[in-house]
Write a protein that binds this ligand. Sequence first.
Ligand SMILES: Nc1ncnc2c1ncn2[C@@H]1O[C@H](COP(=O)(O)OP(=O)(O)OP(=O)(O)O)[C@@H](O)[C@H]1O
Length: 324
Amino acid sequence: MGVEVRVEGLTKSFGGQPVWSDVSLTLPAGEISVLLGPSGTGKSVFLKTLVGLLKPDRGAIWIEGRDLARLSERALYEVRKLFGVLFQDGALFGSMTIYDNVAFPLREHTRRSESEIRAVVHEKLEMVGLLGAERKLPGEISGGMRKRAGLARALVLDPQIILFDEPDSGLDPVRTAYLNQLIIDLNQQTGATFLIVTHDINTARTVPDNIGLIYHGHLAMFGPREMLLSSTEPVVRQFLNAQRIGPIGMAEEKDSDELRAEAEAGVELPPLPPIPLQLAPSDGRPRRAEQSPGRWCEEHDVVPPAGSFQGVRGSVWQPTEALR
Ligand SMILES: Nc1ncnc2c1ncn2[C@@H]1O[C@H](COP(=O)(O)OP(=O)(O)OP(=O)(O)O)[C@@H](O)[C@H]1O
């Protein structure tokens, strides 16, 4: 089962320039959370700070009673084993086969024999639908397969927390749909706590249990999926509708003159799109943190956007098919 990650008042700057300040949120154990935000707002920096690759200026990251921000390098080395990270491009070693790439953390961090390693590597490659590709080099497989290989490598130490940095970047919509289903199924199988950084609105709307939005150096919002998807905050509406109208500009934030001009021109953001159903696991069982659709809205007296919670849930993922 995954572990809770509690972030309190986290601030990170480079050369005196804050990337984001005072970020507080809790990733509930075993749930899937998504982090959204315009480009350059520091989402990757946030993931790197969580895993201890970057040190925050202030604040705490509580995991199992330990504050990662205050641990020594040695203690951090141990805590890092709780994490699996899927970097944007899979971050595979180009000269190593897929098998050796996936085996790498086991050879580095454990004393397992080669036959034990083989069993784990095969198990994880099977989980991501890559059995049969072991002898290939990263350059010989597609971008989607490289991401799967990166994911298999992220899984070999049985992490409690898995961080995904834009898993869908560079993938076509069909591959993105396969990958999203794989993410749901892996969460179902492993019970680990997932945090996904993505720009894909469809992923953000259907995959997570919780959503956060970083904007203008702060965490604008973080909470259950329905809270964000029904929010009337202009920045949320603009982002979810992929509009130019609203507070987010080309170079991050629009100034007050630009916003006034928009208001005077009478341009308005369109209403929020309907809230879709969450993706369902392929095993036909409910998601680990399943809530009935519309429950959060009902409990908080929020009227969801018209047409919400309609349609058919889920799809069946076939690993062998995904390889082709
Ligand atoms: N090691 C570093 N040293 C100095 N500045 C850095 C470092 N890493 C990131 N930055 C800066 O921090 C800011 C946030 O970068 P980051 O890559 O986290 O944004 P992002 O939200 O993930 O962007 P995108 O969505 O485009 O991937 C950028 O201005 C970047 O130049």
